[in-house]
Ligand binder design. Structure first.
Ligand code: SAM
Length: 349
């Protein structure tokens, strides 16, 4: 395959495994108001933890310039993340800048955001007005005791549910819900969450607990495998596998046979999907990561803050993608568990 003809036949660089670059996840802050035990445990990320100083975080104009460069190279989906993206001041202003970007063929971008939902009641409307299309909200349980322990700050379920209601009312639909499943911690929430999602008309996605970063003390025996999740849900309501919506979709899709909608299962650990991974990630400080499990990023902020032209910026990004060969999840083993890795909140989840 020629490096500039990708697996979907559209223009853009193709990496060493033939993968196109289609999704860009942009972290707008490394800060978060939650202290989820599997992501930013409070024992590690306490009061005196040194988050990035403001001048090291990309400005909105820098993020927009980067996004334009990526879109010029074939990206058609932008996901805003963090840390918690809604803690970034004036976020709707950034959304408006990104919503104005068009693909080379003039088409609209897919523009979405992942949030813990805690600030959605106030922000859902302004985000829609700015051009945001959809949101994914993270929620690990409907049980306050379980959720409060997992989010690390006893944040109440009701406030996240209210944020989800606000997103639906504002038209940020279909709302997707991310639930990280940890053996022995929130397994009892698997079926109640599905029952709620079916009723509320949201798409629930179960995420296998991943070994991102090094702070969460990850162990394989805490992962509830995708196959077991399918069995548990299927025992409550019959389901069948559905075709992926597009190549590179992260979640395996399952449809309820009774028209109760669908669920997704993100099985990075037991059924890796590296071969279809079309995602690039930009951290809040402007590093480009070509894998969620990468040990190092490429400093794009230095280029943005130099006198490099847009064409030079694009060439750097294109070269990085052409050289990409990451497939950590396919290689995961006891030996890889000790390799250096960046924390997910720092890279942008
Ligand atoms: N703060 C936002 C949120 O809560 O959705 C966005 C950032 S968060 C890092 C993005 C997603 O990563 C969340 O759905 C979170 O549950 C998930 N996540 C974080 N650490 C994880 C881990 N170790 N394994 C699986 N998913 C994880």
């Amino acid at each position: 395959m020629d490096a500039l003809t990708t697996f979907d036949g559209r223009p853009g660089p193709s990496d060493t495994l033939g993968r196109a670059m289609r999704d860009l996840r942009i972290s707008v802050t490394d800060r978060c108001n939650f202290r989820c035990t599997y992501c930013m445990p409070k024992e590690v990320f306490g009061r005196d933890y040194a988050f990035l100083p403001r001048d090291q975080v990309l400005r909105f104009e820098e993020i927009e310039r980067l996004a334009r460069a990526f879109v010029g190279l074939g990206v058609d989906k932008l996901r805003i993340t963090g840390g918690e993206p809604l803690v970034r001041r004036d976020l709707p202003d950034l959304i408006a800048m990104l919503a104005a970007i068009r693909r080379p063929d003039g088409g609209l971008l897919d523009l979405t955001l992942t949030t813990n939902g805690s600030a959605l009641r106030g922000l859902a409307g302004p985000l829609v007005d700015a051009g945001l299309q959809r949101v994914t909200v993270s929620l690990d349980s409907l049980d306050d005791e379980v959720f409060g322990a997992m989010n690390g700050i006893d944040f109440p379920v009701a406030k996240v549910l209210d944020g989800i209601d606000a997103a639906i009312e504002a038209g940020l639909t279909p709302v997707k819900i991310n639930m990280v499943v940890r053996r022995g911690i929130n397994e009892s929430s698997i079926v109640p969450m599905a029952a709620w999602a079916r009723k509320r008309g949201v798409i629930l996605r179960y995420i296998e607990y991943m070994d991102v970063g090094h702070s969460n003390g990850w162990r394989l025996d805490e992962v509830v495998p995708a196959a077991e999740l399918v069995e548990t849900i299927g025992a409550a309501w019959p389901i069948e596998a559905a075709e992926p919506a597009y190549r590179g979709e992260v979640a395996g899709r399952w449809r309820y046979l009774d028209d109760g909608g669908e669920i997704g299962i993100i099985s990075s650990v037991t059924q890796p999907f590296c071969r279809d991974c079309t995602r690039a990630r930009i951290s809040a400080e402007g590093k480009l990561y070509t894998c969620l499990f990468a040990a190092e990023g490429h400093d794009l902020r230095a280029i943005l803050r130099s006198d490099a032209s847009d064409a030079e910026l694009s060439t750097v990004i294109e070269r990085i993608w052409l050289a990409r060969g990451d497939r950590y999840s396919e290689l995961r083993s006891a030996a890889t568990s000790t390799l250096p890795r960046i924390e997910m909140f720092a890279m942008g989840g």
